[in-house]
Design a binder for this molecule. Structure first.
Ligand code: APR
Length: 251
């Protein structure tokens, strides 16, 4: 990571009034949660997402999807938010006079566990269940719920409260994410490959609306050319250094 870019980004943060941090699986990589598309370790390079994480897969074979997601949930419950999540919570504290919103594609809940707020979970969460028919039933997903079950209210299937492939995002959550993106003057993109729509449109809309876009990723992505700063770094390293630099000047 070029120290010059850290100082430049720090001064953009100091000037900014509305900041968005848009995160993906790469942010949780340091917690030991595999990303989806990274080389040999990427989850989708090991298992077919249509089979284990799509609505068609769920309606065809609910046990298969339930079991696979439950294994992922158990790993998420075992592990912890990492230094990257904690540095973002510190950044939010340092920027408390500004509006800083986290928009995440991650379903692990680590941002909130690290103290970030507000957090818009555009792909939902692995920690809650809901009725497939949205009759209003929802519950925390206890690991003891090892088998799919029927909604106690309406009898429809109950499923994890996350966005499966082939499904629309929650309109309210996405509308809020869109509004934040359009009013942000600084938009961080960390740990995402910009593969999945419509979430991958948010940085593009932010850029069009005039935001400075800063990408943090050890590898180039399809967004790198559009970003004002495309920083080759891991999330933990970059945000730890950035928060420290900003805190030093505050002291
Ligand atoms: N720090 C920052 N970025 C990292 C790190 C790290 N330590 N390690 C890996 N990355 C980057 C990779 O280079 C890659 O560009 O994180 C990105 C992870 O990309 P994906 O695995 O495609 O994850 P993501 O972009 O979050 O996927 C989007 O796709 O599978 C669906 O719904 C799922 O929310 C997910 C969506």
């Amino acid at each position: 990571m070029h120290s010059g870019s850290l100082e430049s980004v720090a001064s953009v943060v100091r000037e900014a009034k509305e900041i968005v941090v848009f995160s993906g699986a790469g942010l949780s990589a340091d917690s030991g949660i595999p990303t989806f598309r990274d080389g040999a370790t990427g989850l989708w390079n090991k298992v077919d997402p249509d089979e284990v994480a799509s609505i068609e897969g769920f309606l065809r074979n609910p046990e298969r999807v339930w079991n696979w997601l439950l294994q992922l949930k158990k790993l998420v419950d075992e592990r912890q938010p990492n230094a990257g999540h904690q540095a973002l919570a510190r950044l939010q504290e340092i920027c408390r006079a500004k509006q800083l919103t986290v928009i995440t594609q991650n379903i692990d809940g680590y941002h909130s566990r690290a103290g970030n707020a507000p957090v818009l979970e555009v792909h939902g969460t692995i920690h809650r269940l809901r009725c497939q028919q949205r009759c209003g039933f929802s519950a925390d997903w206890e690991q003891s719920a090892a088998e799919p079950f029927r909604c106690p209210r309406c009898g429809a299937p109950v499923r994890p409260d996350l966005v499966l492939f082939g499904e629309m995002l929650d309109e309210e959550v996405f509308a809020a994410a869109e509004t934040c993106s359009m009013t942000a003057d600084l938009f961080f993109c960390v740990g995402t490959s910009f593969t999945v729509q419509p979430a991958a449109l948010l940085p593009v809309w932010a850029k069009r609306a005039g935001a400075t876009v800063v990408e943090v990723n050890p590898h180039p992505t399809s967004l790198s050319a559009l970003a004002d700063y495309s920083i080759r770094s891991g999330a933990s390293e970059f945000f730890t250094a950035l928060s420290a630099k900003l805190a030093a000047r505050q002291a």
